[in-house]
Design a protein around this ligand. Sequence first.
Ligand code: MN
Length: 253
Amino acid sequence: MSAPRIGVSGVLRTWDGADRTGVNSAYVRSVLTAGGVPVILSPLIGPSFASRALDGLDGFLLTGGEDMHPAWYGAEPSPHLYPPSRERDLFELAAFAAARQRGLPILGICRGIQLVNVAMGGTLYQDLPSERPGPVAHDPGGDRQARSHAVRLVEGSRVASALGAANLSVNSFHHQAVERLAEGLVATGWSEDGLIEAVETPPDAPWLLAVQWHPEEMNADARAPDRGLFRALVEAAGARQADGVAIGEAAGA
Ligand code: MN
């Protein structure tokens, strides 16, 4: 079996005086560490080529970033909304739908858990401090690797199995979160204030797991349980490959 190819959703940014497209290296390193081959997918590909862009891929990673436009879940923009990216919303929603159709294993991180929930019919808190103030700081600032709040996980869930733990202290930098959970998803992790921090598909459905924290930033620590999330994605992608689904698809293309 060859190393699974994992699509990694990218961003548009300006640096060194030019408009560029890429992704936080931490996601790329995390997939590599887990034994996968990361393939960065720019939002510039657009919705009409999103499905084609997944050809030959064995798994899909939805990364962190901008707030989604609340119109996708039927809400008016809050004054506290951070600027959305129309290119990212359109591309990632189309890519997610195509990945689901193909039964690709999917891992969502931060914006990723939010996109998965919205794409499947759920809603979001647009801004936690103004809409759901509570005792847990979900965006405390400081070091991206700093573990700042606890998450309790359902034993035996995909997320607990991947992490090898039922409790974890996580790094947290988000001001949005899952509000109403989409049908088809199961909540399997919560912070101490009852906020959803992990969702997944039931055991009999294609592999999908999403978390609200940032496991990719822990990649430099070989002992970090967070690495298990990427290993689980790559393993699920490899298992699908071994089933011959990807090969059959390629032959039929
Ligand atoms: Mn959090």
